[in-house]
Design a protein around this ligand. Structure first.
Ligand code: GLU
Length: 307
């Protein structure tokens, strides 16, 4: 199958849609991103790279970072984590507080904000502090992306610190139930910083190859997690990777995926390849409008869904 031709076709078909959707402006530092960008990359398990559009543009990976933080937390202490975060779709927006109170401070899954904040808390405890947790996370991303060129954007993190009222509220609520072990301020600061990592679509697609190859990087042979843990992460991405649009994403794309409000989406075709798309204008659920459409076109044209 000629994947270059397919990506070019998709690029051509989505162009008329550019202009629809809206960039995330609840984080002021993201409000000025050019909404007219689109990039898409496929990386196969044998190392072929197919790219179109703004594939080399660095962008804020935001909630895609939850896949990396959850991977590290699963490695560190899977049993404790299972008691502190459920594994069910929430059916609610990414920063909702509603379920948290009547479910006694246990978030529905690790990919909604509250769940990722608990994951971050567990990493701070495991690695012995905020700096150590962030450093472990960045080291892991650099290793999986196979590049030293990965950084956090402190301007974006600070911007979110000043405006992330709901995330701070949910951390406080969970603390009141005993499900946050470190200081709330430290936990949300660490969470905002890991969300602020910037990467290109090419780097993202490369970094997720371990999820399409049973936990082992197919190009370096490094085993990051077990095949069972890989199954768990992919299953959670399929059922919970797009907040209250997770069902719609699964219906349209048919792949495990994770979105971020910076406009990125990653997806995994187990055993074959990973995909990353970038287009900053979001739909009403906080997922890239064009990115979702591009992935829908990809699996429809190639048949590379898991179904
Ligand atoms: N840092 C963002 C927040 O907590 C991440 C949300 C997302 O990317 O979906 O609101």
């Amino acid at each position: 199958m000629d994947l270059n031709a397919i990506l070019n076709e998709i690029n051509h078909e989505i162009r008329p849609l550019l202009g629809q959707g809206k960039v995330a402006d609840y984080i002021p530092a993201l409000a000025t991103v050019d909404p007219g960008q689109f990039g898409m990359v496929v990386t196969t398990n044998d190392g072929q790279i197919y790219a179109v559009g703004d594939a080399e543009q660095k962008f804020s990976i935001q909630s895609i970072s939850k896949v990396f933080s959850f991977t590290l937390a699963l490695k560190a202490d899977p049993d404790a984590l299972c008691r502190r975060v459920w594994r069910e779709p929430s059916g609610n927006p990414f920063n909702s507080l509603i379920q948290l109170e009547y479910e006694a401070g246990i978030p529905r899954n690790p990919f909604i904000n509250a769940g990722a904040i608990v994951v971050t808390d567990s990493l701070i405890s495991h690695f012995g502090g905020q700096d150590q947790a962030l450093s472990a996370l960045i080291t892991f991303i650099k290793e999986t992306a196979d590049t030293p060129d990965i950084e956090m954007d402190h301007k974006v993190a600070i911007s979110e610190m000043h405006h992330g009222y709901k995330n701070i509220s949910s951390a406080n609520l969970m603390k009141s139930f005993g499900n946050i072990h470190n200081e709330v301020d430290t936990v949300v600061r660490t969470y905002f910083h890991h969300c602020s990592v910037t990467m290109t679509a090419r780097e993202l697609a490369r970094s997720l190859l371990y999820l399409s190859h049973h936990g082992t990087d197919p190009l370096t042979g490094t085993q990051h997690i077990t095949p069972a843990q890989t199954k768990q992460i992919n299953s959670l991405m399929l059922t919970c990777g797009h907040y209250n649009a997770s069902g719609d994403f699964a219906y349209r794309v048919g792949l495990p995926g994770k979105s971020g409000v910076g406009g990125g989406i990653i997806a995994v075709v187990p055993g074959k390849m990973t995909l990353a798309v970038f287009s900053p204008a979001l739909n009403e659920y906080g997922n890239s409008f064009i990115g979702t459409q591009a992935l829908d076109l990809f699996t429809t044209k190639t048949g590379f869904s898991i179904f």
